[in-house]
Design a protein. Structure first.
Length: 119
């Protein structure tokens, strides 16, 4: 059974930091691209950051320079370090794992963790 379990969300003041974690089980973590998405109230879910199986990272423009995605293959865990948080970063953050090969695709989601940036 595949599980992705996020943690680390919470309430933080503007300018603060949080570190999200996503612990996976049931997949060969090292071969999966790992992604963080977020969904703000009333908005569509959007991609935030990607870390490939090889460790290449990609960020959307609003979080560049503030967020850092990383992975620990020994712990089957992906992280999202968020700094200089702003109210517009308020959202439910979701972990996503995806892998494609030989014409087949596999994709899994976590349940999400709430991040609220407010004074």
């Amino acid at each position: 059974q595949v599980q992705l379990v996020e943690s680390g969300g919470g309430l933080v003041q503007p300018g603060g930091s949080l570190r999200l974690s996503c612990k996976t089980s049931g997949i060969i973590f090292s071969i999966y691209h790992m992604n963080w998405y977020r969904q703000a109230p009333g908005k569509q879910r959007e991609l935030v950051a990607i870390i490939s199986a090889g460790g290449t990272t990609t960020y959307v423009e609003p979080v560049k320079g503030r967020f850092t995605i990383s992975r620990d293959n020994a712990k089957d865990t992906v992280y999202l370090q968020m700094t200089r948080l702003q109210p517009e970063d308020t959202a439910v953050y979701y972990c996503n794992a995806d892998f494609s090969a030989l014409g087949r695709s596999y994709e899994y989601w976590g349940q999400g963790t709430q991040v609220t940036v407010s004074s």
